[in-house]
Design a protein around this ligand. Structure first.
Ligand SMILES: [Fe+2]
Length: 445
């Protein structure tokens, strides 16, 4: 659907409706898999009760589409403050007088019905929020982003497994080179043309980079286990001062959800306890852990610009593409996205998703920490509101790129930027490493 002709309003309406429906089906799956007691419970102080996410999804849809686009009056103005993410931190949301599950569902359902009526009559042009269906696309992405957050809540909950999915595809094509070379030169970062790109992905701008080498795939659990076995968590040499202080105060000894069992490591994954699979990308690590691993390995995290050049720049044409494989919307052959699988694919999977430089799994599988702070691009304009990105710019947040198996295609593209605190690891986060390229010797591959 994302490859459809968006200039035809009828086609665009159909595409938007399909994205809204897909998001709601996923919300229904995630909120229907547990009983009402679990829906209102807080599974971690890091997360909202699932029932908050559910009504917040409906409330944001009402606010942006029915009120701002449609000019309608508020349906229940008294509940707006409860579902304003800036008014109440996650830890205090369980104590709010939230809508009970049945009412939260009914409210989100009522909003959606009215939105589909609005969509059917909308010209999808003539106002900045309407052009190319932007506000509708923003709301489909918003719901999918909360679905990702709700999936993280599922991972944090204790108790038996309630979600199921088939395994992702295996690695193919034999051993890959450990790293790829990205030669020096300029590339176009960010976008002016991606219709549903958010403000922080804009505008497109030229960035000049020296040559660098990037891991062909994300760092695997097997490689990460060698860091553990080598005493990586006990050696302050590998950690930044802030990272070491956090490692000590938080008692970090391994990725989140790992536990030692005699001589081996196990991990808990959506209610299943299983041996850590060595061939899978490491998951649930903080920026501090990723950064320490990279230093131990004699390498560093890539900058955000390096990540994007490796993912989007096509040296043959000189232009930046939407995705590593080209401009086509992500299919199941390209990347592990959309919660089709409940785990990352082994490193070396998805040969059809390879970038022109030969890097794999840049999109999907695990979010990849970069070394970069979350900042505005030159020429940035906050839109449609400063709380989307602008209030987060600064050195407290590190950028993650590429999306994870929990990210929907509608909320994933080569320009998409995620950000979080360097201590966070309940998110679906992994990483790959980089290094400066040596001067050319004539034997580069
Ligand atoms: Fe939200």
């Amino acid at each position: 659907m994302l490859n459809a002709d968006r200039t035809d309003p009828a086609v665009l309406r159909e595409l938007i409706a399909a994205e809204l429906i897909a998001a709601r089906e996923r919300t229904a799956l995630l909120t229907g898999a547990v009983d009402d007691t679990e829906l209102v419970a807080q599974h971690s102080p890091l997360m909202s009760p699932l029932v908050w996410d559910l009504a917040h999804i409906g409330n944001q849809e009402e606010l942006w589409l029915l009120r701002n686009v449609g000019g309608r009056d508020p349906m229940h103005p008294e509940i707006d403050p409860l579902y304003d993410a800036f008014e109440h931190p996650r830890a205090e949301r369980p104590r709010l007088p939230l809508l009970p599950p049945a009412e939260a569902r009914a409210y989100a359902h009522e909003v959606r019905g009215r939105v589909l009526d609005l969509l059917a009559a909308s010209p999808l042009e003539g106002a900045p929020l309407l052009d190319a269906g932007f506000a509708f696309g923003m709301i489909a992405q918003h719901e999918q982003q909360h679905d990702e957050t709700m999936l993280a809540t599922h991972q944090l909950r204790s108790g038996p497994a309630v979600l199921d999915a088939p395994p992702p595809p295996a690695a193919t094509g034999g051993p890959l080179p450990a790293e790829v070379l990205v030669p020096a030169g300029p590339f176009t970062m960010g976008t002016d043309t991606e219709p549903w790109a958010l403000d922080n992905e804009r505008p497109a701008h030229r960035v000049e980079l020296p040559a660098f080498r990037l891991d062909t795939t994300p760092v695997s659990n097997g490689a990460y286990l060698r860091f553990l076995a080598d005493g990586g968590y006990d050696d302050p040499r590998w950690w930044t001062p802030a990272g070491w202080a956090h490692r000590m105060s938080a008692g970090l000894e391994a990725p989140l959800f790992w536990q030692r069992d005699g001589s081996q490591w196990l991990r808990r994954r959506f209610g299943h306890l299983e041996p850590v699979p060595e061939e899978e990308p490491v998951l649930h690590v903080s920026w501090y852990e990723a950064d320490a691993y990279a230093r131990w390995a004699g390498r560093r995290l890539p900058t955000e610009a390096e990540w994007e050049k490796a993912a989007r720049h096509d040296p043959a044409s000189g232009r930046s593409r939407r995705f590593p494989w080209g401009d086509a919307a992500p299919g199941p052959e390209h990347a592990n996205l959309g919660q089709r699988h409940l785990r990352p694919a082994p490193v070396g999977a998805y040969p059809e998703g390879e970038s022109p430089y030969g890097a794999r799994q840049l999109i999907g599988d695990v979010w990849e920490w970069t070394s970069s702070d979350f900042t505005d691009y030159p020429g940035f304009t906050a839109w449609p509101y400063p709380e989307y990105s602008e209030v987060f710019f600064g050195p407290e947040y590190k950028v993650l790129r590429g999306g994870s198996f929990a990210v929907a295609p509608v909320a994933c593209r080569g320009t998409f930027r995620n950000w979080d605190y360097p201590v966070r690891r309940q998110i679906f986060s992994g990483f790959r490493t980089a290094r400066d390229a040596e001067p050319r010797t004539g034997a580069e591959g």
